[in-house]
Design a protein around this ligand. Structure first.
Ligand code: FES
Length: 199
């Protein structure tokens, strides 16, 4: 999970902080509006756009998303705190997500977890000092028949053994996310609307 404990007595937003959402990010969020009946309905795509652009969704970014969508900031926080995919603080360039659900547990996820922690010298919810890796666990990654499973920057690795961990972590292909989530919201080529226009 992408959580950290916060001292609620500490202000998290500077009153005069400069904006963090560029005009390009705001325009991208606004481009979703025609698809939905309300601006609020564009909240999830907006969160993906911001996280893909900035790496995480800071408190300041939440406030600005709320302004663009014309909703209370609390509604942004409600949504972001429900999904472990979203980060409210900086994360490593590579995010390692180990499944912690039953099939993976039964087939050795704990040993894989120990290998990851030993290799990276961090525990769950932590980031290496050089900012290269963050490590979290999540519930079922939907590949139970290939347990134990882990994701590195959203690339799925199946039937992982503790001995595989050093090689998987060092794989240079893990430096990038093949398909940023925000792009999944872009209208696919040949969609119904485009077809209608060409008819
Ligand atoms: S239990 Fe691990 S992928 Fe489903």
């Amino acid at each position: 999970m992408a959580w950290e404990s916060l001292d609620r007595r500490t202000p998290v937003i500077e009153p005069n902080a400069p904006p963090v959402l560029s005009e390009a990010i705001r325009a991208k969020i606004r481009s979703f509006f025609p698809r939905y009946e309300t601006k609020r309905a564009a909240l999830l795509p907006a969160l993906h756009v911001v996280q893909d652009a900035l790496g995480h969704v800071s408190w300041q970014a939440m406030k600005e998303i709320a302004e663009v969508l014309e909703i209370p900031p609390a509604q942004v926080l409600d949504t972001i705190s429900f999904y472990t995919h979203f980060w409210t603080h900086e994360k490593g360039r590579k995010v390692v997500v180990l499944c912690r659900s039953l099939s993976c547990q039964l087939l050795g996820a704990d040993a894989v977890r120990q290998a990851i922690e030993r290799q990276l010298k961090i525990g769950e919810h932590e980031t290496t000092e050089d900012g290269a890796y963050s490590f979290v666990t999540e519930e079922c990654l939907a590949a139970c028949d290939h347990a134990p499973c882990l994701l590195i920057n959203e690339r799925l690795h199946k039937c992982v053994k503790p001995g595989d961990v050093p090689k998987l972590l060092a794989d240079p292909n893990n430096d990038r996310v093949a398909m940023p989530r925000s792009e999944l919201f872009d209208r696919p080529a040949g969609s119904a609307v485009e077809s209608k226009g060409g008819a």
